[in-house]
Every structure is written in C-alpha cells, then in structure tokens.
Ligand binder design. Structure first.
Ligand code: ANZ
Length: 957
C-alpha cells in the first residue's frame, strides 16, 4: 500500500494522517491555544500579571527581528527564523522557563509609502492590509506567540513612546567625565553657576535665547546641524551613511547620492563610540557581526601632530607617528578650510611641472582640482587601485622632527570627514602615499627596516613596505631618536616627545559618524519638535504626545532627476499649513505662543530601536516600560552583565544599521535611568537564507519555476530548454512558494519540520518542494505508531519497553535535548526520525511511556500533531507546558559496566552504568534504585563509599 496516495489511503485507512487531517487538527488547536491563552507569558505585575508559579520560573526572552509588512505577503523563505525561534521557545517552555515570545510589525518606511504612491491608496490602508494578511499567514504556521504583546510601530500608542524617547535624547548631553548621558538641564545649571565655562568665553546670563540654543545644540544628543549630508534626489530624501552603498548609491533604489549642506537632525551616536565597542565583548553574537560593528565604529589609536606653517600649524592625524622622519610631503583634503590661507599668489621658483597640473597660479590649480573632486563620492575617492591625482598648493610646511620643508598638496584620497582632513605622507610605508609620490616624483624615504630583501633604498622599491612588526631606521633628529626601536616603542617615544614640546598628542579617532536622523517623507514618526519665532527648537511636553501624523491628501514625496545634485528636498508634511502652524502652551511658563512644527519625519530605523522594551509592557500608558518588568525579563544577571534579550534571531544584513542604533538607544535610556540593561540583545543568531532555483529562458528572463519539467537533468519550459541557477526566492524571479500552498498539501507541521530539517539554521539552503514529502512521511509514521489507521483507536500498550527500545529512546532524548538547546534543529529531527523508525521496524504496539516521550520530543517541532496525539493518549492538559523528557544516563551510553551496590556489605543490586559515570552521579543512581531503597527500608544513611563505575557501598545509620 502506497503511503502517499490519499485516494487509496482513505478507503483502506480512514484514520490515516493526511493533509485533510492535518488541516483539521491544526485549525482546531490553533483556535484552542488562542482561546486558552496557552502562550501568555505572565509579567510579575501590571495588566499582564499572571500565574505566580510561572513567574517564579527562570525567564527566557526569545525574539525575532520583526517583519516589514509588504503587500506581497510571505513566501516560504520568510518564516525560517520565526519557526526556529518558535521551536526554541517551545523547548524552553518545556524545560521550566517562563517564555516571552511574540511578534510585532515594523510598519513605517519607504516601501509602504512607495506602494501607496503607486496604488493611490493611503499608506495606512495598505500597511494595515499587509499586516492583517501576514498575521493570518503566520497564524497558519502555529507560532506560539503571546499575541497580547504584539503591536505595529505605526500604532500611535507605540510611536508616542518613540517620540518620547526622542525628547529624552534631545534633552540630554554626554558628560565625557562621567562617560554617560545626563539631562541637559544639568549642563545648563553648570553653565549658569560658572562651574563649567561656556564655550566662547561669555557668561550664560549674557547670552540671548538663540545663542544659548546654539551652545546647547553643540551638546544635545539629538541636534539639528548644517553639516554635509547624503542627498538622494531620486528618492527625494536624505539618507544615513549606513543606507549608502560602497559605490555611493542609495541602498534602496540604487540612485546616486550627493553630498549637500542641508539642515538636518542628527543623533550623537559618536559620543558612545567607545562604549559601543567595549560592550561588544560581553555579547554572545556571531564574530562576523561583531567585526562588522568594530570596523564600522573604526577605532584608530594614533596621534595628532602639528606641522608649523607661516606661524600657524596644520594638524594631521596619523596612526604611524613612528614614521614621522619618513614624511616627505603633506596632503590636505581639497575642501580643507586652511587651503586658501596658505596658498601663495604665485608658484615658488623652480616648482616641478607635474606639481602644478599645468595651471598658471596655485589659486587656479586649487580651484580646478576642487571642482573635480566635488563630483566624486568618498568611496570613489578612496579606491585603492586608482591613479592618485592631486595638485601642489604652492605652500611648504615644516616637519617638526627634523625641520625639513615639505610641500603641501591637496588630493582627493584624503577625506575631510576623517581625522583632521590632513595627513603627513610617508610614501615608503603607505601604499597610497607611495603611488602618489611616484606620480608626483616626490622623495620616498625608508624609515622602517624591510623584513624582506629589498634593501633600505626606497627609490628602488615597487611598492610601500607596510609593517607593524619591524625596526625603525633613519630616524634621528637633534633631540630625539627612534632608531632601533620596534614600532610600538617608537610610537610611545615619539608621542611623549611631541607632547613634551606641545606640538602633538596621542589620540583616538573613530570612523563612526553621527547618525543622520531626519527624512523628507510622510510615512514616518513626526518629530515632537516645534520652532518658536526665533527659530529655536522646543520639544513637546509628554502631555502632547503622541503627535499624530496628520491625515493628508498628498503624501507623495517630491523626487527629482536622480542625477541632478542641485536640488533640495521638500517635506510632504510642510504642505499642510494647518498642521504646521500652531499656537501651543508648552507648559514652560511662556504661555500660548505661535510655533511651527518640524516637518521632517524620523527614519524607519526609529521604531525598531526599542521595540524589545515595549513587548515587555505593551499597554503601559504611564511609562515606556515598568522598571520592575524590564528588570524581570531583560535585566543584568550572571553571564549577561549588560542584560538583554536571551535570544534574538534575524538576518545578518542588519549588522551596522538596526543593531547599532538599537544598542545606542538602549545606552541612552540606561544612562538616564529608564532601564536596567545597557544592551538590548544578549545573544544574537543569524539564520541563513532559503534560496530557490531560478529558471531563465534564452533571453535571460525568469520563467515560472512551478511550470518547469525536468528531463534527463535538463530543464524545460513550454518545450523550450531553460537554464537553472540558484538565487533568491521572490515574486520577481517567479519562483516564490507560499506557505499556504505547502500547508494545503501537507499541513503546517510538515512545513515546519521541512524548514528545520533542511540544514543547519545558520546556513543558506535551496528550497525543494519535492523533498517536503519526506517530513510528511515522518509524521504519518509517527501517527501510525500511536493510532490505528483503520479504527482511529490508540494502539499503545502498557508493557515495559525492551532494552533496545529503552536505549533508542534515551539516546534520542539525550541528543534531541542537546540539539534543541543548541539550535541544531536539523540533527534533532534526524534523531526523532531514527527513534520513530526504530519503533516502526519493531512492528509491535508501542509501549505507552515510549510513545509519550516521542510525542513530547517532537512537540516543539510539530506542535499540532503532538497536541493531538497527547490528548489521544489520554491527557487533559496541553502538551505545551509538559516537562520535556530527561534521559536516563544508564541507557544513553553504548557500553555499560555492571556496578555492584552493597548495603551493609551485602550485594543488593546490580546497575548497568556508563563507564564514565561520576562518583556523585553513581551515588544518586544507586540510592534511587528500588532494590536499594527496599533494602534500606527507611533507615538513614551513615556513609556511602563510591568507587565509580563498579562499586557502591552503603552503610545505613
Ligand atoms: C602617516 C602614515 C604612515 C599613515 C604610514 C599610515 C601608514 P586608519 O587606520 O583608518 O585610522 N589618514 C588620516 N586621515 C586621513 C584622511 N582624512 N583621509 C585619508 N587618509 C587619512 O588610518 C589612519 C591613517 O590614514 C593615517 O596614518 C593617515 O596616514 C591616513 F606608514 O599617517 B597615516
């Protein structure tokens, strides 16, 4: 009899596990779980307080990166991570934890707005429809979420607190001494009292309101500034550095991005650079992600050194102050403000032709070169391979270590936004400087002894010699010598010397820039900021939050020719005068006044910066989260000194965006005393991607994967041979498979098992619909091991399992337990399958304890069938909160030795134990043995002598 032919199956076996049975079971238990609140995780207090027994257990907070509700809905690739966290959460529930697992929606942002613009429907309408669709798709998978805790970032109840947090950040500054954020009022008090000098030297009292606002703007952690930003005319909005690709284009839409001076909101994330870096060490994150964050933050230890010029100085930043004697020229970024100042009217006598770029005067040369540099992105400017360009400024500066006059160039490989925007060039030991020196015929002087055989005459080299592990040579001046020192010692020596002379100091430089936080969009959180008649920004009081997005006719962004850099953004909210111009009493004692609202909106990253906190206490109208509840779920504890979510699962693409921003917000909230955990996510796990085959016709266009025929290893569509490649799954590649389709054919439990069985969770794997049936068969065999397919009766028997079955069972329990704890779901499934096959092969009715354990083992993975079989086995309470089976070590090891247990010197029992059993473990096993208990007959124990693994001698009291 074929296992999979449903037609014959129904006649011969009306009670077989089929897709129809699965559908019925799954819908029934999903309804039951919802009605019963099976997945409700009780808080220690508040509106979600509940079962104190559950609250008293150790907690586990398990979280997914929440989805962005797209109109296209989910394909089978999307829920991989959600199923994985669900399996893990279920396992944790069964191993004695109070488990918080829920899912919300990240629903502001560009795609929804773009979609709305295309369809003419309001983004709220399309977004809510997408959320509802996704919710029902996810429900079908049987995910055990505490639905009371779910929300979307577009809910005014939620973004009220996003705005409130913005206000806290706006009203704080970073105290470098205390190394933490503090309320800005404390800074004002220090300025007022004179405890801290006001920058500019005037007294606080003497400053106008606007001047005070300017001073505070230099300190606030959220501030508006006119610094150059990434302007993307094609999208009609400015972008954060993190949203710009390595080729200087927008990550979304792939449009050109230009540098433009526009007044924008920023977050002073750079104040936290050190802490963001240091605290990474305590986190249980993939090393690759930590590395990406470290590189993005880019801490460089080096020195600032002043090079005298015309009675002033050009300050450079270098990480190789040990090579100062090898500096043969200097380079300023073309935009450097000192360029004009030192550029002489005419070329100095004897100026080399290649230095002038063919221009008649230095001023001309500089102007021409600047124009050329302005049209390039930072990335283009820094490209290693390209020819180095630049031009001489006509000026010379003095190398402070040896008094040499060295020429000052401008070149685009030096960026204004890094270090001081000026470098000393050491061509012998820096590749870019070497290429430049060759192009401009500048001297190349070896000051670090090469470890290869190229010799110390750098004029003969092909490339720079860059090494940190070598000796310094050719480096002695009048009162300082570095010759013979290693790089590290030389750095220390020269830094000390520079500091002593007052012409330099050791310093740390970061690559990280402040986070550009405003967008010219409609579909985002409005800023809780208004401007008074003097243009001073004020934050709205809490009583005015949420500041809701106004309903508008025209929410479309104003976009421009993608290549036209000479455009500037227009905010959709600015088109609504009624909303923009308001009279408000901000409660600051100034009474009602006219204000103008900020018309930018927050970036879509804002809502995901703190959502882990809101799940904890989602309905709190007084606070973003109750401190006791936050401490309960997320607070610091042993092994998690910075607190945080116990497991956070999501894609690796968020390494420097969301994950960095969320860490920053946590730290600010922590500093200000609102939460106890300075880190949001203790353990991070990146799931792999589900890939899919893409079939392309002869023109290269994708054809529907579902219509492909395979013949002799070749692929055909409508008779035409097509090419197969592995790619992403999605509508555009015509290879999307929906979870509904798989659920309909096999049921959600099969889909869950298949996704988990495909391979290790962190590895990408190709989807293969034809392979799904393998997991379906596993469930059918499982069912058949418990239920008679002809009668529907439970077939288990109340007999003792035999030794081999016990061994198979306990080995499975032991392995599955370890695998589930370690997120190795594929190997866990393999072990369950092995046990199930053992029972099938045995051919006899399955002993009840074995059947029950098997059902419990598979419950986290395939919860619906497990719940059904559990009830069929006669239990009245849900499988969800049962204890996960514990292996009996005696049956786990393959080889056993016989241990003799004596009571009062007489042999009372023989135990089969592992040869590796510990004395403690053996003692426990012996004392628990029935025969031993009987022999002791309630007598106390005076002494136990254990000689593992062979002997236990018990002396009763
Ligand atoms: C002299 C030198 C000698 C350097 C040598 C390197 C090697 P990281 O490690 O990334 O911080 N630099 C400094 N400011 C720059 C700017 N605005 N644009 C482009 N390059 C800049 O790199 C620091 C090094 O990059 C600095 O150390 C400087 O070159 C260069 F054998 O100074 B170095």
């Amino acid at each position: 009899m074929s296992e999979t032919n449903p037609a014959t199956a129904e006649v011969a076996a009306p009670h077989r596990y089929t897709a129809a049975v699965a559908a019925e079971i799954e819908a029934r238990w999903q309804d039951f779980w919802d009605a019963d609140g099976t997945y409700a995780a009780p808080n220690p207090k508040g509106d979600l307080a509940g079962d104190p027994g559950l609250v008293a257990r150790p907690k586990k907070y398990i979280m997914d990166m929440f989805p962005y509700p797209s109109g296209a809905g989910l394909h089978v690739g999307h829920p991989l991570g959600y199923i994985a966290t669900d399996v893990f959460a279920r396992f944790q529930r069964m191993t004695g934890h109070n488990v918080l697992h829920t899912l919300g929606f990240d629903a502001f942002g560009l795609p929804a707005e773009q979609h709305a613009v295309q369809t003419g429907e309001h983004p709220r309408v399309t977004t809510e429809a997408a959320i509802n669709n996704m919710k029902s798709q996810l429900r079908r998978l049987g995910l055990g979420h505490d639905k009371r805790r779910s929300f979307a970032t577009i809910d005014p109840d939620y973004y009220k607190w996003t705005q409130w947090i913005f206000v806290q950040i706006f009203n704080s500054w970073y105290d470098d001494e205390a190394k933490q954020a503090r309320p800005i009022s404390e800074l004002v008090a220090r300025f007022e009292s004179g405890e801290r000098a006001v920058p500019g030297g005037r007294s606080w009292d003497a400053l106008s309101a606007a001047e005070r606002a300017d001073v505070l703007g230099e300190y606030r952690l959220a501030y508006a500034s006119d610094a150059p930003v990434n302007w993307c005319p094609g999208l009609g909005t400015v972008l954060a550095n993190e949203e710009v690709t390595a080729d200087g284009r927008s990550e979304r839409g792939n449009f050109p991005v230009f540098k433009a001076k526009l007044r924008q909101w920023n977050m002073r994330i750079t104040a936290y650079a050190d802490r963001l870096l240091d605290d990474l060490n305590e986190l249980d994150w993939p090393e690759a992600i930590k590395l990406q964050q470290r590189n993005w933050i880019g801490r460089s230890e080096g020195a600032r050194v002043d090079f005298p010029i015309d009675g002033e100085a050009i300050t450079v930043f270098t990480t190789r102050q040990d090579t100062l004697f090898g500096a043969t020229y200097m380079v300023l970024a073309p935009e450097h403000p000192l360029v004009e100042k030192f550029t002489p009217a005419a070329w100095p006598e004897g100026t080399h032709d290649v230095w002038t770029g063919g221009h008649a005067t230095p001023a001309e040369a500089v102007a021409a070169y600047r124009a050329q540099a302005a049209s390039k992105s930072d990335v283009e400017r820094q490209a290693e391979a390209k020819d180095k360009t630049g031009v001489f400024t006509g000026a010379f500066a003095t190398n402070p270590v040896n008094g040499e006059q060295i020429p000052v160039f401008i070149a685009d490989y030096v960026l204004m936004g890094y270090g001081t925007g000026a470098i000393m060039a050491v061509p012998a030991h820096d590749t870019r400087d070497f290429a430049f020196a060759r192009a401009f015929e500048l001297p190349i002087r070896c000051v670090v002894e090469p470890s290869d055989d190229r010799g110390t005459d750098a004029s003969t080299w092909d490339d720079a010699f860059a090494s940190y592990d070598a000796k310094i040579v050719n480096s002695h001046g009048e009162d300082v010598s570095l010759d013979g020192l290693g790089v590290t010692e030389a750095k220390a020596r020269i830094t000390e010397w520079l500091q002593g002379k007052g012409i330099g100091e050791g310093t740390v430089n970061f690559r990280l820039r402040d986070w550009l936080f405003s967008r010219q969009r409609y579909w985002g959180e409005p800023f809780p900021i208004v401007y008074d008649e003097d243009g001073i920004a004020h934050s709205l009081p809490e009583s005015m939050l949420p500041l809701e997005l106004p309903e508008v006719e025209d929410y479309s962004p104003r976009t421009f020719d993608p290549d036209d850099a000479d455009t500037s953004p227009e905010t959709p909210l600015s088109r609504n005068q009624d909303w923009v111009d308001v009279t408000l009493d901000l409660g600051d004692g100034r009474g009602p006044r006219p204000y103008r609202r900020e018309t930018n909106t927050m970036p879509n990253w804002a809502g995901s910066c703190w959502y882990e906190l809101r799940y904890l206490d989602p309905h709190n109208s007084e606070k973003l989260v109750d401190p006791e509840i936050e401490q309960y779920w997320m607070g610091p504890r042993a092994g998690q000194p910075h607190g945080g979510v116990d497991l956070y699962v999501g894609g690796a693409e968020h390494a420097v965006l969301h994950l960095l921003y969320a860490r920053f917000w946590s730290k600010v909230l922590y500093d200000l005393g609102h939460i106890s955990s300075p880190e949001p996510f203790h353990k991070l796990y990146n799931q792999g991607m589900i890939q899919a085959f893409v079939y392309r016709d002869s023109r290269g266009f994708p054809v529907p994967a579902a219509e492909i025929e395979e013949r002799d290893g070749a692929f055909f569509h409508n008779g035409e041979q097509v090419k197969r490649e592995l790619g992403k799954m999605g509508k555009s590649l015509k290879n999307a498979v929906t979870p509904e389709a798989i659920c309909e054919e096999y049921g959600a439990d099969t889909l869950r098992l298949y996704e988990m069985a495909m391979g290790p969770l962190d590895v990408s794997r190709p989807w293969d619909t034809r392979a799904v049936v393998g997991q379906y068969r596993l469930l059918q065999r499982l069912w058949r091991n418990v239920v008679d397919e002809a009668t529907g009766e439970v077939t288990v028997v109340d007999t003792e399992p035999d030794e081999t079955t016990l061994r198979a069972l306990h080995k499975a329990i032991d392995g599955v337990r370890q695998d589930l704890e370690g997120l190795r779901f594929n190997t866990a499934i393999a072990k369950v399958t092995e046990l199930n096959n053992h029972l099938t092969k045995a051919g006899a009715a399955v002993p009840r304890p074995v059947a029950e354990s098997l059902v419990l083992l598979i419950a986290p993975l395939a919860p619906h069938i497990a719940e059904e079989l559990w009830r069929k086995l006669g239990h009245t309470d849900s499988v969800v909160h049962q204890d996960f089976p514990v292996a009996d070590p005696r049956y786990v090891v393959d080889e056993t030795v016989t241990c003799v247990v004596q009571v009062k010197g007489k042999v009372k029992a023989r135990l089969e134990v592992s040869p590796a059993i510990s004395d403690d473990e053996l003692e426990k096993v012996a004392l628990a043995d029935e025969k031993v208990v009987a022999a002791l007959d309630g007598a106390g124990i005076r002494k136990v002598i254990v000689r593992a693994p062979k002997l236990v001698n018990i002396v009763p009291a």
